[in-house]
Design a protein around this ligand. Structure first.
Ligand SMILES: Nc1ncnc2c1ncn2[C@@H]1O[C@H](COP(=O)(O)OP(=O)(O)O)[C@@H](O)[C@H]1O
Ligand SMILES: [Mg+2]
Length: 290
């Protein structure tokens, strides 16, 4: 069993506190780091990958501080940065061979792993095609493949679904769900549906801190009794939008059915409904940028 522990991790950039007092214990499984833009997800991931040092606090892998482990930690780690650079003139396989050599794999190992991973991410048919001809989704899958070249125990993926179309999103989810069995997989996103089905645990970040950690069920349970369906006249919608956190809206003739997240019953005929993770997110992030 792997164990990654964050103990009161802080990161300050001059006066700006990007990450604020985060503690967590991560074992095998898929973790979703969910938060609005600017919440501190990338900064936290860069510290987990040893690219940035915490201002204070410690990060340990199986009880050892990662900064002291050096090469031994990097050998355990796979990382897809948010702003990952590709080499457009490389073919997919050349790119993986190149990354393999950077990671210290022998040429033979690089070639063998590259071929396996191209299958894993379903790019085997375009292995010899140049990256410049790839769609966003194909590039992302190649990015995931490069992060997995050294068969990492800790796989960190920063916004891996950004720019993917719905079909590519589903494919990506299926790929990740399989990996959590023998690894710690951490992926960040500001899109609820990306983590709703595949994350064993969700870490919700807000303004540098951890707002809440739990399974989807644990998080949605905190909204029980706070989600309502109500019907109102169409001309009232704007007013209600200003007064309440509206998570969905459906036109029904002259009337509109609103889904509202509110600790108080908004109108006498409102029906209480089961909360979703989307409701949870909207409620906590209604004033945040997306
Ligand atoms: N190198 C840096 N120097 C100064 N401020 C930074 C730096 N990196 C990030 N920040 C700030 O820290 C906050 C968190 O950023 P980031 O970790 O990129 O958030 P996220 O990935 O959740 O969008 C933001 O306000 C951002 O502007
Ligand atoms: Mg980011």
């Amino acid at each position: 069993m792997l164990e990654l522990t964050l103990n009161r991790v802080d990161k300050r950039f001059s006066s700006k506190k990007a990450v604020n007092d985060i503690s967590a214990r991560l074992t095998n499984g898929v973790y979703g780091l969910l938060g609005a833009n600017g919440a501190g997800k990338t900064t936290l991931m860069r510290m987990i990958c040893g690219v940035l040092n915490p201002t204070s606090g410690t990060i340990q892998m199986n009880g050892q501080e990662i900064g002291r482990m050096g090469e031994r930690y990097r050998d355990l780690l796979g990382y897809l940065p948010q702003d990952f650079g590709y080499y457009p003139d490389f073919s997919a396989q050349e790119f993986l061979w190149y990354v393999g050599s950077l990671k210290g794999l022998t040429i033979n190992d690089s070639k063998r792993r590259a071929q396996e991973l191209l299958h894993t991410v379903a790019l085997q048919d375009v292995a010899r095609k140049k990256i410049r001809t790839f769609s966003g989704g194909m590039k992302h899958r190649l990015g995931i493949a490069q992060a997995m070249l050294n068969d990492p125990s800790v796989l960190v993926l920063d916004e891996p679904t950004a720019g993917l179309d719905p079909k590519e999103r589903v494919r990506f989810r299926n790929l990740i769900a399989d990996l959590g069995r023998d690894k710690i997989v951490i992926l960040s996103t500001h899109i609820v549906s990306d983590v709703e089905y595949i994350a064993d645990q969700i870490l919700v970040m807000k303004q540098g801190g951890l707002l809440m950690t739990g399974t989807v069920e644990q998080l949605t349970d905190t909204m029980k009794g706070c989600v309502w369906l109500c019907r109102i006249q169409a001309e009232m919608v704007e007013d209600w939008n200003n007064r309440y956190c509206v998570s969905n809206l459906r036109n029904e003739g002259d009337e509109v059915e609103l889904r509202i997240v509110s600790t108080e019953k908004p109108i006498s005929n409102a029906a209480s409904v089961e909360p979703t993770l989307e409701d949870f997110y909207l409620y906590h992030f209604q004033d945040e940028p997306t």
